[in-house]
Design a binder for this molecule. Structure first.
Ligand code: NAD
Length: 427
């Protein structure tokens, strides 16, 4: 009788939390010698995934769903080309937090580094390739997609070669070093019928997505002005980032791109007009071939004006500020790898408030990888396809032209839409 009552209570609790649909395994025996766990403690299985009833009071935001990763064999397998900092410090570790993606092969010019990395990530030695052997990836059935983490000027060649062997490509930003290269990359992937995505991680990062939502919902009235800053302090030469041949430019394509891309994704518009000025302090060999800093302004059709600043020789600041008719959104570290924050200032009755909005952290590199994997599995256009990168290349070329000519110029317009469907909330 007591057990029936317990069972009924359990079922009631699960029902209250939406866990009673067919397929839910109710209750659990627990370990011998202890009272059985309650349904709130044990949770249940529904539609093949484990779910827990809410355990917090409704004064707090509900918990996120329990992660539901794909089994390893069903994930999209990636080859990683280029074992530099972004690949080793962010992308490879992010696979551990991904739900649909796994690293299965490496392409590198350093066999010893590749063997060391392969061992850490459980990648077979037979799945390590040199740059020259890249085409052999065609026969590796585990590899469905390729991630490119090479210096900017190498992106074009490697995207075209990967498309040539029929694999999907996730290419680091900036997409290329010129609009012409970007156009060739888009065309090659389209011809080969493979998906191309540019690794615009901020477009998958929850705080940046929340900022987009605030604009779209009109929560603070119309957006009027954007201030975007991305400055950091650079170490000594030689580094490929200081080489025009390898980087294609200086602070603009490397970090100013975040400001440019943010102004576009936040407004959801394309700029009509732009004006830029660039500077390189004389006498420093690091800026002999590339610009140290660029400030640029963009005017959008709705009247929004964006003021953007990027530089290679100032203390780290990656702030995005959005000024609305009825409030301000400040995001320090908007473009950082982690540590995003959001402060919203607005009127509440008789007072002005500045509130902090806390959004659950998710690894943006894992979100980016899983978005691409989802698109590969569903044969769908990614949210940030080659077209998105190609338009930034066209705008950056125009920014350089404006700086060189010292006058405002008409911004080029993309030939069509540059983004695919927005990422799903779970990826
Ligand atoms: P890095 O210098 O740390 O790594 C570059 C890798 O390319 C190294 O493994 C190097 O051995 C290899 N390489 C092959 N040929 C080379 C050559 N001729 N010269 C120099 N390196 C060569 O650079 P990184 O910071 O990892 O940047 C790689 C790419 O990733 C760049 O396009 C960069 O813009 C992009 N990136 C993106 C983010 C992001 O947040 N999405 C962050 C950093 C870098």
């Amino acid at each position: 009788m007591a057990q029936d009552q317990d069972g009924a209570t359990r079922r009631g609790l699960l029902r209250a939390t939406g866990l009673t649909a067919a397929g839910v395994a109710i209750g659990a025996a627990g370990a011998p010698g202890y009272p059985p766990p309650s349904p709130i403690d044990a949770g249940g299985v529904q539609d093949g995934r484990v779910r827990f009833p809410e355990w917090r009071g409704d004064a707090e935001p509900p918990s996120a769903p329990t992660p539901n990763p794909l089994p390893p064999g069903e994930r999209v397998g990636y080859a990683i080309i280029g074992l530099g900092r972004i690949s080793l410090e962010e992308t490879l570790p992010a696979f551990a937090e991904s739900r649909m993606s796994r690293p299965v092969a490496l392409v590198s010019g350093s066999p010893e580094k590749a063997r060391t990395v392969a061992r850490r990530y459980g990648i077979a030695e037979g799945s390590i390739y040199s740059y020259e052997e890249l085409e052999r990836l065609r026969e590796n059935r585990e590899v469905q997609a390729v991630y490119i983490g090479l210096p900017n000027a190498m992106h074009r060649e490697y995207v075209v070669r990967v498309a040539g062997i029929g694999k999907h490509v996730l290419c680091e930003k900036p997409m290329a070093t010129s609009p012409e290269e970007a156009a060739e990359m888009v065309t090659s992937c389209a011809r080969a019928n493979v998906r191309l995505m540019i690794a615009y991680r901020c477009q998958y990062e929850p705080y940046n997505r929340a900022a987009i939502e605030i604009v779209r919902r009109g929560e603070l009235g119309k957006l009027r002005f954007i201030e975007a800053t991305n400055v950091q302090s650079s170490g000594p030469a030689p580094q490929w980032r200081f080489s025009r041949r390898l980087a294609g430019g200086g602070a603009l394509p490397d970090i100013g791109l975040y400001c440019l891309n943010a102004a576009r994704y936040v407004t959801g518009e394309e700029p009509d007009q732009l004006f830029a000025s660039s500077y390189s302090p004389p006498g420093d060999p690091r800026w002999a071939e590339i610009e140290e800093s660029v400030s640029f302004g963009l005017r959008f059709p709705s009247g929004v004006v964006a003021n953007c600043l990027c530089g290679y020789d100032a203390f780290n600041d990656k702030t995005l500020r959005l000024h609305f008719e009825r409030g301000t959104v400040e995001m320090p570290d908007a473009f950082s790898y982690e540590g995003q924050q959001m402060y919203v200032s607005r009127r509440e009755g008789q007072i002005a408030v500045r509130e902090q909005r806390r959004i659950p952290h998710k690894n943006q590199f894992a979100l980016e990888l899983d978005h691409f994997s989802e698109c590969v599995r569903a044969n769908r256009q990614p949210h940030t396809p080659g077209e998105e990168g190609a338009h930034d290349q066209a705008l950056m070329a125009a920014i350089y032209r404006s700086a060189a000519e010292g006058r405002p110029i008409q911004a080029p317009k993309p030939p069509g839409p540059t983004r695919g469907p927005a990422p799903s909330s779970e990826s």
